[in-house]
Design a protein around this ligand. Structure first.
Ligand code: GLY
Length: 343
C-alpha cells in the first residue's frame, strides 16, 4: 500500500551524504515554513524515501554559475527544461570560458563553430552542430526541438534557421581567443589536433536538472575541441552520446574528448545501466571502463561523465583527475572532485 504525503522541497537538502551517492532527503513540512519553499504531493511507496528535488548538476567549475542561474527556476517550481536552457546560456555568454559559446577557442582555421543539444522529460530532443555566429546554440537547439519536425540542424542550415527565428548574429571570436589561436599557429605547424595535445581543454558544459514535479531535462553546449579540423563535430550535439534523458530512469551527460564518447554512446549507456539498477556513480564508472577497454591510449584522454537519477541521486566518474561537477539542491552550491580511473 502506498501513502500520499506532502514534503518540503528546495530547502535544507544536506549535501553531506555525497559520498553515499545520495544528496539527503526532502523534509516533512513544519509549521511556519519560510517563503520560497514549495510543498509537493507525492505518492511514496512504503520503505522508500521521497526524491531529492529539485536539484541541478553541471560539469566543471563554471557549472557553479550555470547552476546559480538554473536554481531560481527550479526553486519556484519551474520546468527542468527551462532551468537547463537558462543555466547553460550563462556559460555560453561568458568570454572567460574558452570552451563554450562566445569566447570559445576556434578551429584550426580560426572559425568558432558550436555544437549543442537539449532533451526534455518527454524524450523530445533538439540539437545543432557546426553552428557559427550565434551566441546561444542551446536556444537554437531548443527551437529545433519545438519548432521543427527534426532533431538536428547543422552548419549553414542551422545558422539560417537561427537567423529566421530572430537570433542575432555575433562575431564569437574574442580578442583573447584570437591571440591564443595565433600563438598556437606559430608552433603547431597546422598539425591536426591530437587527443594527447591538451586534454584539459575540453571542458564542455553539460547540465542536468530534476524539477519539483519529478521531471528531468538536460543540456549540453560547447565550442568543441580547440583547433579542431574545420567541420569537426564532437559528441555535444549527439543525443545518446553527450546527453540522454529518460524520465522513468534518470539522465546522464558527458564532457571530454567527444570522439570517445560517441564511439561508446556514453550517456545512453549510463541511463540504461541505471535502468538495470546500477547507481549513477557505478554507471558512470562502467561507461569510462568501456573507453579504457577499447582505447589503449586512454591515459592521454579526458572524459568525464555525470548522472542524475529520478530519485535525485548524483554520481560521476572520469578517465583522468581534475574533473569536477557543481551540485545545487538548496541555497548552497558545492563543487565536487570526481573519482577517476587509476592504473
Ligand atoms: N566534448 C566536446 C567535444 O568533444 O567537442
Amino acid at each position: 500500500m502506498t501513502s500520499r504525503r506532502q514534503f518540503l522541497i528546495a530547502t535544507g537538502v544536506g549535501l553531506a551524504a555525497l559520498g553515499t551517492g545520495r544528496l539527503g532527503t526532502a523534509q516533512e513540512p513544519t509549521a511556519g515554513s519560510g517563503t520560497g519553499l514549495s510543498l509537493i504531493d507525492e505518492v511514496v511507496p512504503p520503505g522508500q524515501q521521497p526524491a531529492t528535488r529539485p536539484i541541478v548538476v553541471s560539469t566543471w567549475r563554471h557549472g557553479q554559475a550555470a547552476n546559480a542561474a538554473a536554481w531560481p527556476i527550479l526553486r519556484a517550481g519551474g520546468r527542468a527544461l527551462d532551468a537547463v536552457e537558462t543555466g547553460v546560456r550563462v556559460t555560453e555568454a561568458d568570454p572567460q570560458v574558452m570552451s563554450v559559446g562566445y569566447g570559445g577557442l576556434p578551429d584550426r582555421d580560426g572559425h568558432v563553430t558550436l555544437d549543442a543539444c537539449i532533451m526534455d522529460e518527454t524524450g523530445n530532443a533538439g540539437a545543432v552542430a557546426f553552428l557559427q555566429d550565434i551566441k546561444h546554440p542551446i536556444s537554437v537547439a531548443r527551437a529545433v526541438m519545438e519548432k521543427t519536425p527534426h532533431v538536428m540542424l547543422a552548419g549553414e542550415g542551422a545558422r539560417q534557421f537561427a537567423v529566421a527565428q530572430g537570433f542575432p548574429t555575433t562575431d564569437l571570436l574574442t580578442p583573447a581567443a584570437r591571440r591564443t589561436w595565433q600563438d598556437w599557429r606559430r608552433t603547431s605547424h597546422y598539425k591536426p589536433w591530437s587527443p594527447g595535445s591538451d586534454p584539459a581543454r575540453h571542458d564542455t558544459i553539460s547540465q542536468l536538472a530534476l524539477d519539483a514535479h519529478g521531471n528531468l531535462a538536460g543540456a549540453c553546449t560547447t565550442s568543441g575541441l580547440a583547433f579542431k579540423m574545420h567541420g569537426r563535430v564532437g559528441d555535444s550535439p549527439i543525443i545518446g552520446a553527450a546527453l540522454f534523458v529518460d524520465n522513468e530512469v534518470g539522465a546522464a551527460c558527458a564532457t571530454g574528448v567527444g570522439e570517445e564518447v560517441i564511439k561508446t554512446v556514453g550517456s545512453f549507456l549510463i541511463v540504461e545501466l541505471m535502468r538495470q539498477g546500477r547507481s549513477p556513480a557505478d554507471a558512470c564508472r562502467e561507461a569510462v571502463e568501456r573507453i579504457v577497454h577499447k582505447n589503449p591510449h586512454w591515459r592521454e584522454l579526458q572524459v568525464g561523465y555525470l548522472a542524475l537519477d529520478r530519485g535525485g541521486n548524483v554520481g560521476a566518474f572520469a578517465l583522468r583527475p581534475e574533473f569536477q561537477y557543481a551540485v545545487t539542491a538548496g541555497p548552497e552550491t558545492q563543487l565536487i572532485d570526481v573519482a577517476h580511473r587509476t592504473g
